[in-house]
Design a binder for this molecule. Structure first.
Ligand code: ZN
Length: 349
């Protein structure tokens, strides 16, 4: 099982210079391989190594080799139909010989054109779970404001859980998530933050100045990070409950606008993907079910009618059962997950 962690480093001249040289060397190997119609690593190495060592004397040989590996992969991918092109500041590949990442202590050591250098970073809270995983390789990406190290970590797949305790989860805007075990993730705080952002945004938009535009950009970044953080928290909350199978609605192909409206602007797709990979990481299964009728069906007697639901309250026209509408839906989701409405998510990589 693999994960990629995006770790932010300070923008560093040594890294930028290294990236320039590395990408130039990579392009040289590509040029040679493309002309020679060859992507074999050993042959590329034999043909280019000596010249490139002379041309880029500051580039350590281990980095020259990752540049050659990258060139070989790109040539292979495009099958000589078109010539691969490496941007001057494109991503740089690091392997275990050219980097060491200490997730727990918050620093890494990277081989650069200026020697082996240390970079400190802040490991985000939601990445702490990957401390102890094996670091296999990384990609350095350089943007206008920062350097990012996309670190790949791996660990053996967990033993799959075979139990049948099912948790239904209803995702919506009244409560971002409601679980069939009678628990609610309240949206109050989220709504307050969203509302404040909305207010600031409209104020800035009406100004229209350049500084307002810059502030708007910052604001949307902050909002995205807030949402991502909350989604991580909710997914952890759902996945850590004592259930073996998590049932969610499949919201990918919804035609009726009802649910969409209810979802508002919250990124439920992100939340779902967090639930799926966190569940998988501990061997739990995720099942998605057809979302039709989950909100119209009585979770006690099974009677289905569109007038069963009145706003946030569910009241069964047949048996009179009354319950919070989202909670009713979540119970149906758990029940429906046992029928042919359900579809097991692929849990393999
Ligand atoms: Zn009923």
């Amino acid at each position: 099982m693999y994960r990629t962690l995006q770790i932010k480093l300070d923008r560093s001249n040594a890294l930028i210079q290294t990236a320039r040289i590395w990408n130039a060397a990579c392009q040289d190997v590509i040029d040679y391989g493309f002309a020679a119609h060859d992507y074999n690593k050993t042959r590329l190495n034999r043909a280019t190594y000596k010249d490139l060592r002379e041309k880029y004397p500051t580039l350590p040989s281990a980095l020259l080799q990752t540049a050659r590996d990258q060139a070989s992969d790109m040539l292979k991918r495009l099958r000589f139909k078109t010539k691969p092109f490496k941007k001057p500041l494109g991503a740089v590949r690091f392997d275990i010989r050219t980097m060491k990442v200490f997730l727990e202590s918050g620093y890494c050591k990277l081989t650069t054109a200026f020697g082996r250098l240390r970079y400190d970073f802040q490991l985000p809270e939601y990445y702490k779970r990957y401390v102890g995983w094996k670091v296999t390789n990384a990609q350095l990406k350089i943007t206008k404001n920062a350097c990012y190290l996309n670190v790949q970590v791996e660990q053996p797949d967990p033993e799959p859980i075979t139990g049948d305790r099912r948790l239904g989860v209803d995702l919506g805007i009244n409560n971002i998530a409601v679980c069939s075990d009678n628990t609610f993730w309240e949206s109050g705080h989220v709504k307050a933050v969203k509302g404040k952002c909305q207010y600031l945004r409209s104020k800035l938009q009406s100004k229209g100045t350049r500084s307002a535009k810059r502030k708007l950009q910052k604001l949307s970044g902050r909002e995205r990070r807030f949402q991502k953080d909350v989604n991580h928290q909710i997914a952890n909350w759902i996945v850590s409950k004592p259930y073996d199978i998590i049932a969610l609605e499949d919201l990918t192909n919804i035609r009726n606008g009802n649910k969409n409206k209810k979802l508002g602007k919250w990124s439920f797709a992100e939340l779902r993907s967090f639930v799926e990979y966190k569940a998988m990481a501990i061997g739990k299964n995720v099942i998605t079910i057809d979302p039709r009728y989950t909100s119209q069906t009585c979770s006690r007697c099974g009677y289905q009618h569109k007038n069963n639901r009145i706003g946030r309250i569910f009241k069964c026209k047949s048996c009179g059962f009354q319950i919070d509408a989202d909670l009713n839906a979540s119970r149906n989701i758990a029940t429906f997950s046992r029928s042919d409405r359900s579809r097991l998510q692929s849990t393999s990589q």
